[in-house]
Design a protein around this ligand. Structure first.
Ligand code: EPU
Length: 417
């Protein structure tokens, strides 16, 4: 287990460059299975979730070359083997192999995927999509045997706009016979990055009216080159840091449209920022005002940013309410923030944050990826020294987070225990 020790209360100044989006890259990599030729993916973040996906590709006998932030993946001659449970359990995105292997071979055996411990994360919508396309699904002991004589284009109406189910439905239908219509599809930009790649490989996928995606099945897909879009959640995390302790802290390589809902809330909280074409400059804002937030699917306020944003709410003068609508248990950060001096109460799926409270360094735990990011922000603004245990969770999703923060003036020590 790794832990980091952060000396807080330092002003951060300089530039931080945003990496490729984790949640895009983790879908683009399994999508290469659908191609009959090598695919080049650029701007892939160097994080442990990507390592896990490469392990799966290599297990399936794909050829993978990794150079800096680029991957050349030749999945044309993979073996359709059952991925061991200990590997697929490492991350949620392993289930994108379920749909890409099914889409290519009409048959897949796979275990239930893993992912952060933030509440129940069923895959019923993905399974419904597979069934609609003509698959038969047998489930036993956490394992799914899925096969189809033929995948046939169909209408798929999702109960909720699930990111994973939308991507899985695309992968399973891209080579199906005929037309598939996904209704109530998720609108996250990472999905459009996936659609861009599939179309560059010769697929025929388009989004209509935001929440409808139409896929016309094609016989085969070929190689291409694709860039991973910048990570809007990583960007949001550093932007929040800039609003709390920045001095002309510049966050580069952002797509402003992807962070609109965050910027609106920052404005409401009285955060001053200067937005440019692909970057944003932040300064520590005094007199932060309380704001109320509800997490929603894109373009609403991202659930993945609510835990980082909670730190900012502890510094607002007055009471803020934050409601988590996507996950049932994404408040593991709250007890540790309270241990540092915050005044936060959990009321069902809402937290009440009574600010402003000064935070003091202590020992806390990164219980999951975004809770960990929350603890890093809290430690950076706290007085004294904070020890964050289980920092591996954060390293799963933030490329070079320690180096990026040190470059702008943070004091962080990493320890292996
Ligand atoms: N849901 C169902 N049934 C399903 C699918 C989803 O009930 O079949 C529920 C889930 O339980 C959850 C909600 O719908 O309560 C949203 O789930 P969704 O499928 O949209 O999420 P996901 O695809 O599992 C991705 C990201 C998450 C991010 C969500 C929402 C990846 C690998 N993960 O998860 O990212 O929170 O979309 O935007 O892309 C993170 O990066 O920290 C993270 C957890």
């Amino acid at each position: 287990m790794k832990r980091i020790i952060i000396e807080g209360n330092r002003t951060l100044n300089g530039k931080i460059k945003i990496s490729g989006a984790k949640n895009s890259a983790v879908a683009l990599i399994p999508a290469t299975i659908l191609s009959d030729e090598p695919v080049i993916i650029n701007n892939v973040p160097n994080i442990s979730d990507i390592d896990a996906l490469i392990t799966i590709l290599k297990f399936l006998n794909a050829k993978v070359i990794r150079k800096d932030n680029s991957l050349i993946i030749d999945s044309s001659k993979i073996e359709n083997k059952e991925i061991p449970e200990d590997i697929s359990k490492k991350l949620r995105a392993s289930y994108y192999f379920m749909s890409s292997i099914l889409g290519k071979y009409k048959k897949v055996n796979m275990y239930f995927p893993g992912g952060c411990n933030i509440g129940k994360r069923p895959i019923d919508q993905t399974l419904k999509a597979f069934k609609n396309l003509g698959s038969v699904i047998e489930e036993k002991d956490n394992k799914y045997n899925i096969y189809a004589e033929k995948l046939i284009g169909s209408e798929i109406i999702l109960d909720m706009p699930s990111v994973g189910a939308t991507i899985n439905a695309i992968f399973a239908s891209v080579k199906a016979d005929g037309k598939t219509i996904i209704k109530n599809a998720a609108q996250e930009p990472e999905i459009d990055n996936v659609i861009e790649m599939i179309n560059k490989m010769g697929g025929d996928v388009k989004r209509e009216n935001g929440t409808t995606i139409i896929i016309n099945g094609v016989k085969s897909l070929h190689g291409t080159t694709i860039d991973v879009i910048p990570d809007r959640i990583e960007a949001g995390t550093y932007i929040i840091i800039g609003a709390l302790i920045g001095k002309d802290l510049t966050i580069e390589n952002i797509i402003p449209k992807h962070i609109e809902s965050l910027l609106l809330k920052l404005k409401e909280a009285n955060v001053k920022y200067e937005l440019k074409k692909n970057s944003i400059v932040l300064n520590k804002s005094d007199k932060l005002k309380p704001v109320n937030i509800e997490t929603k699917g894109y373009p609403g306020f991202a659930t993945d940013l609510q835990q980082p944003f909670t730190v900012l709410l502890t510094q607002c003068d007055g009471v803020s309410y934050l409601t988590e609508n996507i996950y049932e248990n994404r408040f593991n950060n709250v007890s540790y923030l309270n241990k540092m001096g915050a005044n936060i109460e959990i009321i069902d799926k809402t937290i009440k944050i009574d600010g402003k409270t000064s935070l003091k360094g202590t020992t806390v735990v990164a219980t999951d990826l975004r809770a960990g990011a929350c603890m890093v922000i809290a430690a950076l603004i706290a007085s004294g020294t904070t020890i964050i245990e289980d920092i591996d969770h954060v390293l799963r999703g933030y490329e070079d987070i320690i180096k990026k923060l040190e470059t702008v003036g943070a004091k962080i020590i990493k320890e292996e225990i």
